[in-house]
Design a protein around this ligand. Structure first.
Ligand code: ZN
Ligand code: ZN
Length: 271
């Protein structure tokens, strides 16, 4: 698997950086976009053919999903790159209605995407943390890629996502979450943890609760999970990037990097 960072700006797009969006090229040839916030579709056009991508959503906050209706326009109407098949979309149970409303022509109408996407909701264990190695996570499939989700702590229905390529490489994405034992449990032994660090070095206590992570908390989760590499993402334009890095390195002694646009990451390869 190879991941290209399309956008990694937290909470909204920043100067020269789209909001959340990550392109995964899997070893079986399938391409998956993980979250598609504002600006991500523009960046995707530099890197891939938007007409042939599947979509995963961590949650339905605007900075993670608002370019989806425009992706639907591309897949339906592009003169040479319209979608030639129905792709998979996995996300929160509210995604089809939420996105359908954003794409509809009239108030209270809901656009039906079933011509281009087979949309289904994440199946995840309950609130109690379950070790990934237990093998009890409900499994989703896109081609030969296996996908798993755990419940995040965030104000809307939100998920942590684990991607397992058929080549044996693995990536875990935090989406948006406050600290939860589910993160280290799902990320256990993963090659890469792509983890939000919205609050910078540490949570100063003035931030809204049940919302996001600090660099320290991302580092703690990475250390507990024993991941191969930690990449910090979702830092807002006003955020403390260097502080997030410092905080994470205090707890995790493996490779730690800040996500930047167009960065290419190969899980399982040396950092
Ligand atoms: Zn966000
Ligand atoms: Zn969010």
């Amino acid at each position: 698997m190879e991941m290209t960072i399309l956008g990694c700006s937290g909470s909204l797009a920043g100067p020269g950086n789209a909001a959340s969006g990550y392109l995964l090229r899997m070893s079986d040839g399938e391409h998956i976009v993980m979250d598609i916030g504002p600006g991500v579709l523009s960046r995707l056009q530099f890197h891939d053919r938007p007409g042939d991508v599947h979509v995963l959503f961590s949650h339905m906050h605007p900075d993670h999903c608002l370019d989806f209706p425009s992706l639907a326009v591309w897949q339906r109407y592009h003169p040479t790159d319209a979608s030639g098949r129905v792709h998979t979309m996995l996300g929160p149970s509210i995604a089809p209605v939420h996105l359908g409303r954003a794409s509809a022509d009239a108030l209270d109408e809901v656009d039906d995407f079933s011509d281009i996407f087979d949309m289904s909701g994440w199946q995840a264990p309950g609130q109690e943390p379950v070790e990934f190695a237990d093998g009890t996570y409900p499994e989703h499939r896109i081609g030969s890629t296996r996908l798993y989700a755990a419940t995040a702590v965030h104000p809307t229905e939100s998920y942590l996502i684990r991607v397992e390529d058929a080549d044996g490489s693995s990536l875990v994405y935090s989406g948006d979450t406050a600290a939860t034992p589910n993160l280290a449990a799902l990320a256990s032994g993963a090659d890469v943890l792509l983890c939000e660090a919205t609050w910078g070095e540490r949570d100063n206590g003035d931030n809204p609760p049940q919302m996001h992570l600090s660099g320290e908390e991302a580092g703690q989760a990475a250390a507990e999970a024993g991941v191969g590499r930690l990449i910090l993402t979702h830092i807002p334009p006003w955020g403390d990037r260097e502080g997030a890095l410092r905080g994470a390195r205090r707890f995790f002694d493996g490779p730690v990097d800040l996500a930047v646009p167009d960065m290419v990451v190969v899980p399982g390869a040396p950092a």
